[in-house]
Design a protein around this ligand. Structure first.
Ligand SMILES: C[S@@+](CC[C@H](N)C(=O)[O-])C[C@H]1O[C@@H](n2cnc3c(N)ncnc32)[C@H](O)[C@@H]1O
Length: 342
């Protein structure tokens, strides 16, 4: 049904990025870390963040307006509780790296029109995959900060994993491998990711205390084997980076790595058949355009079809823990129990 938007809603769309910039500027200048230990007036916050008093005041007041900071009657600024928890670097729940990556992605997103005209990305993927080490570290560890919040729930949502080996292709920081090990005592995982990523993965896996059950191997998913005799291959948040031809090739090698009764788990964001929902995924689709040459968001049916073409059978769709994400599971064999969860 057509919805009649008023000027207020058009304004909301047009001004939306102003609010994002308040978050990004505060993270980049270190406002929340400056206020982590104690509430302060604007002057000292500006001093710690390298900002003149006037500009500091504008940023801090805007942070109050978007509820990231509070301000007392005598002009003392403090982190809101959620800001202290999520947006300071020392917090165990910090998503500061993720926020820095989103701020970095503002640049390619700012060129979305150019990407649309060109029909391809406007930022080299190599930058975030290792050529710019600080960016690459933020990308891998930022995705970890973001996905760690729902990975345990996803791993636990599978009724009976019944797997001893899981290969996590493009596994990044090992977020999902660690989650599967935490949820399932018998499973051992191998993360396969680019050489530049391996040291970050090792560090995260060790910090989580799973170095004995999660191994890490440098590999290129465009050409390397994913092993043999594997019970489960996991492709989480990976295939939107790739064209249909590359997805098919990756899925075929995933299928080839499996035991007789194996499964491929494809986790990520998929469009509904109308391609206009979920809203987040329509934006994810544009994000894939600006960032990943050849990449795109697939509809659930398109991904299921690619999985079938790769030789997987009985492909089924399950909800995932992260809002608007899904889990597609394909097997080497027909499921024995009708309707059973993976
Ligand atoms: C969006 S991250 C997803 C990480 C993780 N699977 C997750 O869900 O949190 C995409 C991952 O694909 C990896 N990647 C990109 N190109 C690759 C390639 N050619 N071979 C192996 N991994 C690659 C990146 O290094 C990154 O870890």
């Amino acid at each position: 049904m057509a919805v009649d938007l008023g000027m207020a809603q058009i304004n909301q769309l047009a001004f939306g990025y102003w609010q994002s910039q308040v978050l990004f500027a505060a993270v980049r200048t270190g406002v929340f870390d400056a206020l982590a230990a104690e509430p302060l007036p604007a002057g000292p916050v500006g001093d710690r963040c390298g900002l003149e008093a006037g500009p500091a005041l504008r940023l801090l007041d805007a942070c109050v307006a978007v509820r990231l900071l509070t301000r007392s009657a005598d002009g003392i600024y403090a982190n809101a509780g959620h800001t202290q928890r999520l947006l300071t670097t020392g917090s165990t729940e910090s998503v500061v790296r993720w926020a820095r990556v989103m701020s970095r992605w503002y640049e390619p997103w700012g060129n979305v029109t150019e990407a649309l005209r060109r029909g391809g990305s406007v930022e080299e993927r190599a930058l975030r995959l290792g050529d710019d080490p600080a960016y690459a570290e933020d990308f891998i560890l930022g995705m970890h900060e973001y996905n760690a919040r729902s990975a345990d729930a996803l791993a636990r949502s599978i009724d009976q994993l019944g797997a001893r080996t899981l290969v996590d292709v493009g596994g990044g920081a090992g977020t999902y491998s660690v989650a599967f090990c935490r949820a399932w005592d018998d499973v051992r995982c191998e993360v396969v990711d680019l050489e530049s990523v391996v040291p970050l993965t090792r560090r995260t896996v060790e910090d989580a205390g799973f170095a004995d059950r999660v191994t890490v191997r440098a590999g290129d998913y465009y050409r390397d084997s994913f092993g043999s005799g594997v019970d489960v291959v996991l492709l989480s948040n990976v295939l939107h980076q790739e064209s249909p031809a590359h997805c098919l090739d990756i899925l075929r090698r995933a299928r080839a790595a499996l035991v007789d009764r194996g499964r491929v788990l494809v986790h990520g964001h998929f469009l509904d058949e109308d391609r206009t929902s979920p809203v987040f995924t329509t934006l994810h689709n544009l994000s894939a355009l600006v960032l990943w040459d050849g990449g795109r968001s697939y509809t659930t049916a398109e991904m299921a079809e690619l999985m079938a073409q790769a030789g997987l059978t009985d492909v089924r769709e399950f909800p995932a823990a992260e809002p608007s994400a899904k889990l597609l599971i394909g097997r080497t064999h027909e499921a024995t129990t009708e309707g059973a969860h993976p």
